[in-house]
Design a protein around this ligand. Structure first.
Ligand code: FAD
Ligand code: NAI
Length: 472
């Protein structure tokens, strides 16, 4: 086997493995190097997303939601549960099976698309005539084009490194062997809310400490307020505007000294502490100095709008570069780069990347928030429709939340759609398609939506922009 490739991708997460498949589809000889190990030391393709991110978190969110429904809501449907017990070991084993199915699926896709896989660390050795020389585990390969897709890792609090026993990153948070009585989380961002929800549903007393004074600052304010109300009702305790001080391992747990928004000293004592305060790009293992690959002050690879680095034929995608740390953003960049290498016009529209927080209620949005439009001085019209007035939501027994449309005051073009409520993760797709096609709110309002469906709330919110809802 020749170890010279047209394209070598370093990293086999959603950015890297998708870039490799697209490059191979375009006819390039392609290899992917990934170092993730499963618990037996074997390969585990899919990166953070598959192993300790999107997939296992959604598996546990689903299991814990079933548990909460069975315990608290089945009775409303006339289904009486007695003697219900929780088997955390089985729940975690099911999650591990889901992860493995995804790992194996990617290995199969590599075989199907003839992508050569190297299990081990990828790093730059030197730039030469025929391309870049790289280490791929124990082997050496040469690449005409390199795509860096090495992703990110959890950021630790200064002075409190992760031990994955008591002070947990996202990794440890997904494999706590039993429900902790008291669980603390630092950071009420996406991981804080999703993992906090999982363990609260399973019975933990959860406290989240958040530095910012506002809840979910990046989310449309009206939607964030609605979500906060629902989380408060569920008993997910979120303290805003705090200052976290010393974090110490105490007997059987962790103690966190913190000051509340008024500056008063507090102490949080918990059995487990999840630290979810953002993520840092993975570039240390790459040996970027060997070729002069430019990094910024955070250690992220510096790229232009099209994912080009400072080096010819070296590209970077996903969490290791600027922009939102989302699996689908990484994938879109991976596809676009492979197409650019092929001389095509790969394109990523950053204005239509959807966000989803998979709590209950789910929170999903695309485009601009009302605050952003106000700050930019854009004249807009808003329309909202509550799930309370949606027949399908009533039948489901989940009427929390609303759909909100923001449209240009003059042209009616949709500028943002924000949803808090049941299945927001699925409903948002319609808004993404509409915005990609530059649809107006009226376009959505005039499209026939199935009855009874949650998507009728989307149509009604679009009608609300013109103040003519039919069911509210
Ligand atoms: P990664 O998935 O991090 O993959 C990088 C890969 O490169 C890894 O396998 C790593 O081992 C490997 N690697 C690193 N350095 C080297 C090297 N030198 N040599 C060889 N291999 C190397 N996003 C969503 O869109 N939806 C979600 O629901 C979601 N949920 C999440 C839940 C959690 C708990 C977390 C932590 C993240 C979640 N994310 C979610 C974010 C998502 O996981 C990331 O945005 C996504 O994985 C980024 O993909 P990537 O390919 O850039 O990097
Ligand atoms: P995050 O950026 O979403 O949230 C971090 C939170 O921690 C912020 O609210 C920040 O103000 C707070 N914070 C930072 N330092 C702090 C401190 N010292 N004390 C108290 N609070 C502090 O980061 P998170 O939750 O770690 O997730 C990382 C990324 O992973 C997300 O930004 C997202 O891109 C991705 N992700 C996506 C998911 C999804 O799409 N559903 C799910 C989970 C993660």
């Amino acid at each position: 086997m020749s170890n010279t490739f047209d394209v070598v991708v370093i990293g086999g997460g959603p950015g890297g493995y998708i870039a490799a498949i697209r490059a191979a589809q375009l006819g390039f000889s392609t290899a992917c190097i990934d170092e993730w190990k499963n618990d037996k030391g074997g390969p585990a393709l899919g990166g953070t997303c598959t192993n300790v991110g999107c997939i296992p978190s959604k598996a546990l969110l689903q299991s814990s939601e079933h548990f909460e429904h069975a315990g608290k809501h089945f009775a409303d449907h006339g289904i009486k549960m007695t003697g219900m017990t929780l088997d955390v070991a089985t729940m975690l084993a099911r999650k591990d099976t889901v992860v493995k199915q995804n790992n194996d699926g990617i290995q199969f896709l590599f075989k199907k698309n003839k992508v050569t896989f190297f299990h081990g660390r990828g790093s730059f050795v030197k730039a030469g005539e025929g391309g870049y020389e790289l280490k791929a585990g124990e082997e050496t390969v040469t690449a005409r084009h390199v795509i860096v897709a090495t992703g990110s890792s959890a950021r630790a609090l200064p002075g409190a490194p992760f031990d994955e026993e008591n002070i947990l990153s996202n990794d440890g948070a997904l494999r706590i062997p039993g429900v902790p009585k008291r669980l603390g989380l630092i950071g009420s961002g996406v991981i804080g809310l999703e993992m906090g929800s999982v363990w609260r549903r399973l019975g933990a007393e959860v406290t989240v400490l958040e530095a910012l004074p506002t809840f979910l600052g990046a989310v449309d304010e009206q939607i964030a307020r609605e979500a906060k109300k629902a989380f408060d009702k569920q008993g997910l305790k979120v303290e805003l505007g705090v200052k976290v001080g010393e974090v110490k391992k105490a007997k059987g747990g962790v103690s966190v000294a913190w000051a509340n928004a008024k500056g008063e000293a507090q102490l949080l004592e918990v059995d487990k502490l999840i630290v979810s305060i953002g993520r840092v790009p993975n570039t240390t293992g790459l040996n970027p100095e060997a070729v002069g690959l430019k990094l910024d002050e955070r250690g992220a690879v510096v790229v232009d709008d099209e994912c080009r680095t400072n080096l010819p034929n070296v590209w970077a995608v996903g969490d290791v570069v600027r922009g939102p740390m989302l699996a689908h953003k990484a994938e879109e960049e991976g596809v676009a780069v492979a197409e650019r290498i092929a001389g095509q016009h790969g394109h990523v529209n950053f204005n239509t990347i959807p966000w989803v927080i998979y709590t209950s209620p789910e929170i999903a949005w695309v485009g601009q928030t009302e605050q952003q439009l106000k700050a930019a001085g854009v004249a807009y019209k808003a329309g909202t429709f509550p799930f309370m007035a949606n027949g399908r939501a009533r039948a489901l027994g989940d009427t929390t939340g609303m759909v909100k449309f923001l449209a240009d005051a003059k042209t009616d073009e949709i500028l943002g759609v924000h949803i808090v409520g049941p299945m927001a993760s699925e409903l948002i797709s319609e808004a993404v398609v509409a915005m990609e096609f530059k649809a107006s709110a009226e376009d959505i309002a005039r499209i026939c939506h199935a009855h009874p469906s949650l998507s009728e709330a989307t149509k009604e919110a679009a009608l609300a922009v013109d103040k003519r809802t039919l069911n509210f």
